[in-house]
Design a protein around this ligand. Structure first.
Ligand code: CMC
Length: 395
């Protein structure tokens, strides 16, 4: 079989050339189109970051105005989507619902979305960025039995999302600027991360020439898993479990379980395939966590104290040091979202909302690459040798 290289988990296979996102895992550095994530998360908003990822550079004011205008023109979804949504049980997991809703968009825009047409891809990108917050908020409102809140286009992208999530028709809703900024930062930090599992899924799916909305739905499905986007939900569940066991006094006991390979327990929100240093997004998220908790008067939040304690112990413990395990973006993002009032099962859906721009930018880059081919990994066959079928009575 020596013809193919065996590389399970693609630890050393580059599947494409890409100009979008650069990660130096040893240094803990993340750049979108050359710009450090710290600067983007501090000086730009999410829609500027979307423009950057899609177009290769940051917009000037008039380019930004036009882009924002285009996005806000597409924030509503077809009313028929409500009927599709109503087919789900109310207690369905939001990621199951979102996988379905995004997949369903392909039915609405199939004829007008040829993946090989660059103009069609551009419109699909705008539609997806514009509609994801609407879909996530609809899934939430449906799960709690409240009326859907339609988008309000004079609000910011993050402000509109918060309003669709938390407003009711009964009273005025005022967007809290600190929470709006925090939400926007969560979106920016999750916008792209080169060839991770869900992005590779979107590329592979799109490489067959499928409908782009269907390719993004595949990305949503992949992101759901606890080793990927589902880690923020798993991390918060873990913190709540330790809290229920007795809180900070039980951290040592929990860490022993994590280090015991037979327990199957991992410290969620820790470790990364690429970062062998502090995930730069985790630092920014911790900053945002401090701001949000202070704004809401939750400085003494026991889960935040617990997370900080776990981090402190892990950063000094040989097990984590030797394996270069550091907090990743998901370690603090759950605490921020919970403080904002977002229910835990919705965390990964918000990650999907934010990552949509990365997926579509990567898909666009792939289709535009003259060297692109349908993705078709090979295998090392380790099964039975050629043999003859015996009659059923003799098997
Ligand atoms: N807790 C305890 N041990 C760990 C952890 C952890 N969170 N992560 C890795 N290890 C150990 C692992 O057991 C292995 O030990 P050994 O060499 O003794 O067998 C070693 O560290 C290397 O781990 P690996 O699983 O081979 O590394 P990987 O690159 O395949 O996995 C990972 C990366 C992110 C899946 C893994 O670190 C993990 O499961 N972390 C927890 C889940 C998590 O937080 N995921 C979010 C990733 S960031 C957001 C995103 O990309 O979606």
């Amino acid at each position: 079989t020596g013809k193919f290289t065996y590389d399970p988990g693609f630890l050393s296979t580059a599947s494409c050339n890409s100009k979008i996102t650069y990660i130096d895992g040893d240094k803990g550095e993340l750049l979108y189109r050359g710009y450090p994530i710290e600067q983007l998360a501090t000086n730009c908003d999410f829609l500027e970051t979307c423009y950057l990822l899609l177009n290769g550079d940051l917009p000037n004011q008039s380019q930004k105005d036009e882009f924002v205008n285009r996005v806000t023109n597409h924030t509503m979804v077809n009313e028929q989507m409500q009927f599709f949504l109503r087919g789900f049980r109310r207690d369905a997991h939001p990621m199951a619902v979102l996988t379905g809703l995004v997949g369903a968009l392909s039915a609405f825009y199939h004829d007008s979305t040829d993946i090989n047409n660059p103009e069609h891809r551009k419109v699909a990108a705008i539609r997806l960025i514009a509609k994801m917050p609407t879909l996530v908020a609809m899934a939430y409102k449906y799960s709690i039995g409240q009326p859907f809140i339609y988008p309000k286009n004079d609000l910011s992208y993050a402000g509109n999302f918060l309003r669709m999530m938390f407003a009711t028709p009964c009273e005025e809703y005022k967007v809290n600027p600190v929470l709006e900024r925090a939400m926007d930062r969560i979106f920016t930090l999750h916008a792209d991360h080169e060839q991770n599992a869900s992005t590779s899924t979107v590329r592979l799916c799109g490489s067959s020439g499928t409908n782009p909305f269907a390719a993004i739905a595949a990305g949503v499905a992949c992101l759901w898993g606890p080793a990927h986007g589902g880690a923020n939900e798993a991390c918060l569940n873990m913190l709540e479990e330790i809290q229920a066991m007795g809180g900070i006094s039980k951290v040592g006991e929990f860490m022993e379980k994590v280090k015991d390979k037979n327990s199957g327990v991992r410290l969620m929100g820790f470790g990364h395939r690429v970062y062998k240093n502090y995930d730069p997004r985790a630092k920014l998220m911790q900053e945002t966590c401090n701001e949000v908790l202070a704004e809401l008067g939750l400085e003494n939040d026991p889960l935040f104290a617990l997370a900080k304690k776990l981090e402190q112990i892990a950063l000094e413990d040989d097990y984590f040091v030797q394996r270069k395990l550091y907090p990743n973006v998901d370690f603090y993002s759950g605490i921020v979202q919970r403080a904002i009032g977002i229910p835990v099962p919705l965390f990964t859906a918000i990650f999907a909302l934010a990552r949509t721009v990365g997926w579509i930018a990567q898909l666009d880059e792939m289709i535009g690459d003259p060297e692109y081919k349908i993705g078709r990994p090979r295998q090392l066959f380790v099964g039975a040798e050629k043999r003859d079928v015996a009659p059923i009575a003799k098997r």
